[in-house]
Each structure stands twice: as C-alpha cells, then as structure tokens.
Design a protein. Structure first.
Ligand SMILES: [Fe+2]
Ligand SMILES: [Fe+2]
Length: 286
C-alpha cells in the first residue's frame, strides 16, 4: 500500500495541495483504517469529505482508495477478484465525479451483482470472473500502458448477452443490455467485438447481425478476446491442457486440432494474430 507521504505527493501533483489531514485520517489510525477504506462506505464518508474539503477533497479521498486498491492488486494476486470488484466500484464513482455536479452519491453497485441482476447464470458469471482475471494478468504482463479497469470490466462483461442468447448475437445483445445500464462505450465495443474474435462486415451479414465491422482494434479489446479463448481452453472438461502456460504455448496448435474453440478458419486466423501480438508484447515466442 502507498504510504501517507506517497498519497500526499499524488494530491500535491493533482491539486497543488497536500491534503495531509485527509490522508492521515485515512491511514494513521490502525483501528479505523479498514472501515475508512471500505468501498461500501464511500458514499457516507465521501459526503463527509465533500462537506469538509469540497469536491476536490472528495476526489482526493476516492483517489486515495483507488491507489490502495491498485497497489493491493499488484501485491496480492490471490485477492484479485475482490480487487477487481473494488477497483471497478471506485472507477464507477470516479467516472461519476468526473461526469459533473449533483449531490447524489449512490454507492457503486458491484459489477458482479449487475451481471447477476441482468440474469446471467452463476456458471457464466464464474467464467466471466476467470476471463477478467486472465485479461488483467495478460495486460500486466504486456508491460505497456493500458486501461486496466477497462480490461477487467471487459472480461467481466464480455458475455453479458448470454443472459438472453447463447448464439453469435450474444455480443450485440450484451451491448444492448449494457447500453441500457449506461455502461461506457468502450465496454460495449468489447462485448460486441469479442464473438469469433471480431467479425468482418461480410461475416456479420452472413450471421444476420447488424451489419458493421466488428474487428478488434484496441489492445484492451484484443486482450479480452485472447483471455476468453485461453479460459475456454484451460477450463474445458476434457482436460485439453493442464496449465495456463500450456494453453498459451500451444495456442495455435490447440485451435487447429480442436475446431470447437475457434469455430471457423477466419476466427482462427484472427485469434492466432491476436495471440502473436500479445505474446510478442509479453516476450513470448508467439
Ligand atoms: Fe462470448
Ligand atoms: Fe466468454
């Protein structure tokens, strides 16, 4: 976890003020530290911060929690699911703060609860959490600047459409549900594009989907696609591989010998290109 001085330094860089009192309130009393960092109490404590330090202070309080969660994720991979959920909850609030005025400070709803309330099965939710974990691990290993919250949420939400459909339209259906939930546009794109590693216009027409180019463009989109397929391979009941490393190392051969994963030559070619690009960034052989 960052020390008080590090939080102070971030505040100074962001605002020109150190907000020392605020950071000491957060960290200095070991008996109160956990509850003051509890994302479920952000609304309650956030209002106190806003009353005392104004909107800027409220933002520094949220930023403090965000930095701690990010550090915890890096330090403790074992707690990754909790870290993702907390991080996205804080990211939601940061987005709300960035979005404008209003005293409303709803407690951010856990993304996993959102999946559940949208009608996804527990099995699909478990898969989604695994994809989020794998996607964040790949993003970390890629060693390039990436929107980690988008990667984590992309993994969590990519199959949201499976609440309604298990066909090739589940990406488009998921994006439609996500739009109603007011999820961000980049996240909707990940949902739409992950099916068959990003359909072309021609393929979309043949699949009777709204005709447009669904090719994955950003690294965040590609990482979710790659993570999804790796999780499918690793968790397949036939025990095709015994480890993540084996799935990554043998990815092209596994796709070639098990057509059920790629579901077509074109998706397979795209998956292999994505695999090579991401492995190239991570220093693998591709
Ligand atoms: Fe999917
Ligand atoms: Fe999936």
């Amino acid at each position: 976890m960052p020390k008080i001085e590090e939080h102070v330094e971030t505040s100074r860089q962001r605002t020109g003020k150190d907000y020392l009192e605020l950071h000491e309130w957060m960290d200095a009393d070991p008996g109160k530290k956990a509850e003051r960092h509890d994302v479920k109490r952000i609304c309650e404590y956030g209002q106190l911060m806003k009353a005392k330090y104004g909107r800027e202070g409220l933002e520094e309080y949220v930023q403090h929690i965000y930095e701690d969660i990010t550090a915890r994720y890096l330090e403790d991979q074992a707690d990754i699911t909790g870290a993702i959920q907390s991080q996205v909850a804080v990211a939601d609030l940061r987005a709300q703060l960035a979005g404008g005025e209003g005293d409303a400070c709803p407690i951010p709803v856990s993304d996993v609860d959102l999946l559940r309330r949208s009608g996804m099965s527990e099995e699909d939710i478990a898969h989604s959490i695994q994809v989020a974990q794998k996607a964040m691990e790949l993003a970390e290993r890629a060693g390039v600047p990436l929107d980690m919250v988008l990667v984590g949420r992309g993994g969590l939400f990519h199959d949201l459409g499976k609440a309604r459909s298990r066909g090739d339209d589940h990406g488009v259906v998921g994006a439609r549900i996500g739009k109603r939930l007011e999820l961000p546009g980049e996240l909707l794109e990940i949902m739409e594009k992950h099916v068959k590693a990003g359909l072309t216009e021609e393929e979309a027409l043949a699949a009777r989907l709204p005709v447009k180019d669904y090719s994955a463009k950003t690294l965040e989109e590609k990482i979710v696609i790659y993570a999804d397929k790796l999780v499918d391979i690793v968790s397949h009941p036939d025990g095709i591989v015994s480890s993540d490393a084996e799935a990554e190392a043998g990815f092209p051969e596994i796709l070639a010998s098990h057509p059920r994963f790629a579901k077509g030559d074109k998706p397979m070619a795209r998956l292999i290109r994505i695999h090579e690009e991401i492995q190239g960034l991570m220093g693998g052989k591709g």
